[in-house]
Design a protein around this ligand. Structure first.
Ligand code: ARG
Ligand code: ZN
Length: 889
């Protein structure tokens, strides 16, 4: 925790280190209150840069001794740095001895205790909280680690790489010696000590090598690790097949821990996972959890190449590994989904997530580029922009050079940079150099503006039909609104995947003026100027344009389509993403006017008939239907408005939901009945799609019934809740009762708690559901405040804090934004409380106010007051300080 006014760090100030650390021998005497760390480093001066003192990072450590080549040496401590002015010119050995206090480490960065064990989290700058070091990703060393601890309390002792030796010591202690042959930056170091058990699997990979895979968890959790193990095996096979990237370690370990700041961490050979990102069983986890865990296991595994073998030169390059690795896990999940419609569902979910999380970031106070130019606290930059927008940038390379071209580019990237710490420019160069003459090669510099310019570009598209010439001209224009510190932006390179449809729904051949023949019915236009026109020939009618298919670029598209044209796309588009997009646009076209005017919403038959057709279609699969019939989130609607009134948005969505429930009542009932899944549980796309649609249908049916005073559907929902054979259905039924405010909701919640009181991850769901229940007359807000006093609630466990507080503040705008400002007071109190415990979690919560300037009154003034109150606290962490300062400036 760095306090006071931390400096702004600039990308342009990067300097290579004055010293390299080539090897490090670490010895740990593990005790919760005080752990003794001895570090012996082989150090070399970097001959490429000017001489200077050796400066090592260290935070919250107690220094015991410093030796150079076995002799004591003079040093000084400057802030969080240990400075040695007279280090020898020749290579030397540096030995440092210090202690740290794992038990007191509630920030969960560095070495900490959880559930009676020891765990580490070193990315980005946690290693300096373990021992003094050049804690920066371009310093790569070979690690040997000796762990010593009480054998009864910590029978399992793990670190990166291979186990060399283990054995007993005096006084009931034992040791284990690990060696990782791959040089790595300190952020990839890990150790684990505890009473854990492992699921094990031996595999032989394509090259004929044998590997041991292990998933370590607490004793009772073993049966919840099967899915993670299967996901790991599938990830290994996929990376070999798709990118020819093999597993390079004899042993690959995953460990679960229940106190963890994020999802998971890719430490070399020893991934550490939040249990919420690892453990699933049909009884305790939903279909969405199963999919998420498959993706996270894959993500961390894929980092072994994209992140570990080739790492980042500095933290400004974070997206080099994160954007690329998210892209890889998205591609993996799509390939696992197999069927084209299931691939499309995955793409829709990813885009929905991007728009819900990243677009708002781009339009708020913390907007930053995929490769930022400055930061105060790097922990604040593990963001949807670095991860999800970064993945979209990688996806655009693939769109521009083709799938094979992209694979060639990846091969060249590893040929050039294996074992190095590199930059986003190095990645761009590799993809480009492997694809001479591609759509990318003529505009690489302009393409790289995706790394330097923040903000979501707006693309406007309008068509002009010339009946006599039988041509249709598409006029495209782009603009990127200003973001903090970036007023004027240059044109970006925007791949627009597109097709044209006749009004009867036929896919039309695409021939651009000047071409000899039509080139299929889908192509990619590249927009790289402020304005550009494309003329298609041989058309007998004005076509319906299907633009930005598969969401080919992370932009906001204004295509000016009428409802009639959107209905054509909804019915006939060959691109499932755009069919879904049409459904969302049709909903927005009804919601936005009433939110703006404050008038009552009345659904029209055109919309209702369109949605009915989706629900009744025998061609669309259930997962798609559920997505198309789910209304845009209140957050996404807010994104479309210049002035945000969260209460009006909530009211409009509530009314629309109710009318949709009522108008399609018979169809919802038919859908509910037709989408029952019999037999044993499987999270495959078809079964989970059916459960998703059945859950949505049930939600609609209960909602309508509660409004009309009918008890049948609430009763059926309660029955289903009681009898459910899996968590997806149980949670679906419970959600239906809670969201409709049925009288049976409370008994169901109580029963749920009693049933799962020994399953922390399920209790998280219990808190979260109550935190995001639709607000009415302040009841949800009052309930959340009450739940803060619940014996199961704790701010110290990040999952639990997030389950209740983040659900309310981040995902329940109508409960949070109150005319009496009580939501903001609650927020400010929790930010301050959390900041004293865990700055990273507090920093994330602080971001809720990113877009306060767009709020309508009285919210805006009240939000400002709450921000000012937090800002007035003198000893904020750098995490919270940076977020609040940016919101206020
Ligand atoms: N590298 C990890 C992952 O995405 C996440 C680390 C996050 N670190 C942080 N300080 N928030 O796989
Ligand atoms: Zn990652």
């Amino acid at each position: 925790m760095r306090e006071g006014t931390a400096p702004l760090i600039h990308r342009e100030d990067y300097c290579a280190p004055v010293y390299w650390i080539r090897t490090v021998d670490l010895c740990f005497d593990l005790e919760p209150a005080k752990t003794l760390v001895t570090s012996k480093m082989q150090i070399e001066r970097n001959s490429a840069v000017a001489h200077g003192p050796l400066r090592l990072h260290g935070e919250e450590l107690t220094l015991l001794r410093v030796l150079i080549n076995g002799e004591s040496v003079s040093f000084r401590q400057e802030g969080d740095e240990l400075v040695i002015d007279n280090a020898p010119d020749a290579d030397f050995a540096l030995e440092i001895r210090n202690t740290c206090a794992p038990e007191k480490n509630t920030a969960l960065s560095g070495l900490y205790t959880s559930g009676g064990g020891f765990f580490t989290q070193c990315e980005a700058e946690g290693f300096r909280r373990i021992t003094y070091f050049l804690d920066r990703p371009d310093v790569m060393a070979v690690y040997s680690v000796l762990l010593r601890a009480d054998k009864a309390r910590y029978p399992v002792l793990l670190s990166n790489g291979n186990l060399l030796e283990q054995g007993a010591l005096d006084n009931g202690r034992h040791f284990a010696k690990w060696h990782d042959p791959f040089p790595k930056p300190s952020y990839l170091f890990a150790l684990v000590a505890g009473d854990l058990v492992a699921r094990e699997q031996r595999i032989t990979t394509r090259s004929g090598k044998d590997h041991l895979l292990q998933v370590y968890v607490r004793r009772g959790d073993l049966e919840k690790t099967e899915h993670a193990m299967n996901s790991l095996i599938a990830s290994i096979a996929w990376d070999e097949a798709r990118f020819k990237l093999p597993l390079d370690l004899e042993r690959f370990m995953i460990v679960g821990v229940s106190d963890f700041n994020m999802g998971a961490m890719e430490n070399k050979g020893l991934n550490i996972f939040n249990t919420s990102a690892l453990l699933v069983s049909p009884a305790t986890a939903t279909d969405a959890d199963f999919n998420r865990i498959e993706a996270i296991v894959a993500h961390e595994y894929f980092h072994n190449w994209t992140g570990n073998r080739v790492t980042c030169r500095d933290w400004f390059q974070l997206s080099l590994k994160e954007g690329l690795t998210v892209f890889r896990d998205q591609e993996f999940s799509m390939d696992m989904a197999a069927a084209p419609s299931a691939r499309a569902v995955k793409r829709i979910e990813d885009v929905r997530n991007l728009r819900a999380m990243q677009f708002p970031e781009d339009s708020g106070a913390m907007a930053h580029a995929v490769r930022p130019d400055s930061y105060v606290e790097i922990n604040n930059f593990y963001t949807p922009t670095i991860y999800e927008k970064g993945a979209e940038v990688v996806r655009m390379y693939q769109t521009l050079v083709g799938r094979e071209g992209f694979e060639k580019g990846m091969t060249l990237y590893f040929e050039r940079h294996d074992g190095q710490a590199v930059t986003c420019d190095d990645f761009a160069a590799a993809i480009n150099d492997a694809n001479p003459g591609s759509e990318l090669s003529t505009r690489l510099d302009a393409f790289k503006r995706w790394y330097s310019q923040a903000g979501t570009p707006r693309v406007q598209a309008r068509g002009r039909f010339d009946a006599s010439a039988r041509t249709w001209t598409l006029d495209l224009a782009q603009a990127n609104p200003p973001t903090p510190g970036q007023d004027d932006k240059l044109s970006q390179v925007i791949p627009v995947r597109m097709g044209l449809l006749s009004h009867a729904g036929a896919a039309l051949p695409l021939q651009l003026q000047g071409e000899d023949a039509a080139a299929g019915t889908e192509r990619v236009l590249v927009l790289d100027k402020a304005e550009q026109s494309f003329t298609f020939v041989g058309l007998d009618e004005a076509p319906v344009a299907s633009l930005l298919r598969q969401f080919s670029a992370p932009v906001v598209l204004d295509d000016g389509l009428t409802d009639a044209e959107l209905l054509v796309l909804l019915k006939f588009d060959t691109d499932a993403f755009n069919r879904w997009e049409a459904s969302q646009r049709l909903a927005l076209n009804r919601l936005l006017p009433v939110v703006r005017s404050g008038e009552e919403l009345t659904l029209d038959t055109a919309y209702i008939d369109g949605m009915r057709a989706v629900l009744r279609s025998d061609q669309l699969d259930s997962a798609f239907k559920a997505l198309a019939l789910t209304l845009p989130s209140e957050g996404y609607i807010a994104e479309q408005l210049d002035v945000i009134d969260p209460q009006r948005i909530h009211a409009a969505v509530g009314t629309m939901q109710l009318q949709l429930a009522r108008a399609l009542r018979d169809d919802w009932q038919a859908a509910f009945e037709a989408n029952q899944v019999a037999g044993g549980y499987s999270a495959d796309p078809v079964s989970s799609g059916k459960r998703a649609l059945a859950n949505l249908a049930l939600q609609m049916l209960v909602l309508d019934a509660v409004q009309t005073g009918n008890d049948i559907w609430p009763g059926r929902a309660y029955q289903r809740f009681k009898d459910a054979g899996n968590m997806t259905e149980r949670m679906g039924a419970l959600t239906a009762l809670v969201f409709a405010r049925a009288g049976l909701a409370q008994p169901a919640l109580e029963r749920f708690h009693a049933l799962f009181k020994h399953e922390p991850l399920v209790i998280d769901k219990w808190f979260a559901l109550q935190g995001r229940a639709p607000e009415l007359d302040g009841q949800v807000f009052a309930r959340v405040k009450q739940l803060m006093q619940h014996p199961d609630f704790s701010l110290k466990n990040p999952n639990r804090a997030r389950s209740l507080i983040f659900s309310l503040c981040l995902f329940n705008p109508a409960a949070f934004h109150r005319t009496d400002a009580a939501g903001y007071v609650f927020w400010a109190d929790r930010v301050l409380e959390l900041d004293a415990i865990n700055p990273q979690v507090a920093g994330r919560l602080a971001r809720v106010m990113d877009r306060w300037t767009k709020l309508a009154e009285p919210y805006r003034s009240a939000a400002h007051e709450a921000l000012a109150r937090v800002a007035a606290k003198p000893d904020l962490s750098s995490d919270v300080r940076e977020v609040i300062d940016r919101a206020l400036n």
